[in-house]
Design a binder for this molecule. Structure first.
Ligand code: 13P
Length: 256
């Protein structure tokens, strides 16, 4: 039985200490009774410390949205995994499509970051997903297969089990155009089959695969009810405590 995981990816949308604290203080009492879902909030780097102060005595886990694969050095503008650990970060999102597309991160770079994060005992959420044109030309599964092979290259079974995968079809991100539960489930099953071939069935069955892309309170439950969808990575709807809580509640219901 896989424990669902719901992550809030704030992207560059909420960045002042006050609004961070306000949102989290409103979320904490709402999720208090929920222990069947892992909850992660990934804030911008600049408010991680503010978020940590509010979250440290709760079950909500703190996440970062990116990191570099070196401990320290002359890498202007980058953030070291060591720095993240020192301020209480537990999770890091890697390979988000916005990092891949806008900042030209390659699968090879994401693979280096992933190995580094795992070696530092940071938990990872690794994003994969196809563009609209790739889906429309029937290449979605080829793209997913390529990303799985390259991003998870040379990972051991033990490392892979510690990794959460987020399937985020790029055409569904921030567009209001969610994948249907059937479309998402088809790719999630495909991912699990690939993992089963690459590792083994037991490993594949224990890896959590989140869906991401325009998840809202009114579509979350149908998505999470699918067998291979183990929660979600939420952008826009994670910015408000109420909508994020309703999505967490949907994940909680999906396992009952
Ligand atoms: P939206 O929920 O805003 O579509 O964003 C999804 C996403 O990119 C989460 O990482």
């Amino acid at each position: 039985m896989r424990k669902p995981i719901v992550g809030g990816n704030w992207k560059m949308n909420r960045g002042t200490p006050n609004e961070t604290v306000e949102m989290l203080e409103s979320l904490i009492p709402q999720v208090e009774g929920i222990d069947s879902v892992d909850i992660v909030i990934a804030t911008p780097f600049t408010v991680l410390t503010s978020a940590y102060k509010v979250l440290k005595n709760t079950d909500i886990k703190l996440g970062a949205q990116n990191m570099y694969y070196k401990d320290k050095g002359a890498y202007t503008g980058e953030i070291s995994p060591q720095f993240l650990k020192e301020i209480g970060v537990e999770f890091v999102i890697l390979g988000h499509s916005e990092r891949r597309d806008i900042f030209k991160e390659s699968d090879a770079l994401i693979n280096k970051k992933l190995k580094k994060a795992l070696s530092m005992n940071l938990k990872t959420i690794v994003c994969i997903g196809e563009h609209l044109e790739e889906r429309e030309t029937g290449k979605a599964k080829d793209i997913i297969q390529y990303q799985i092979n390259e991003t998870f290259k040379d990972l051991s079974k033990e490392e892979m089990i510690k990794t959460v995968i987020a399937y985020e079809p790029i055409w569904a991100i921030g567009t209001g155009k969610t994948a249907t539960p059937e479309q998402a489930e088809e790719i999630h099953m495909f991912i699990r089959d690939l993992l089963s071939l690459k590792f083994d069935k037991e490993t594949a069955d224990s890896i959590r695969i989140q869906y991401g892309g325009s998840i809202k309170p009114d579509n979350a439950e149908d998505l999470f009810n699918k067998n291979n969808i183990d929660g979600g990575l939420v952008g826009g709807a994670s910015l408000q405590a109420n909508s994020f809580f309703q999505i967490i509640e949907a994940a909680d219901k999906s396992i009952r």
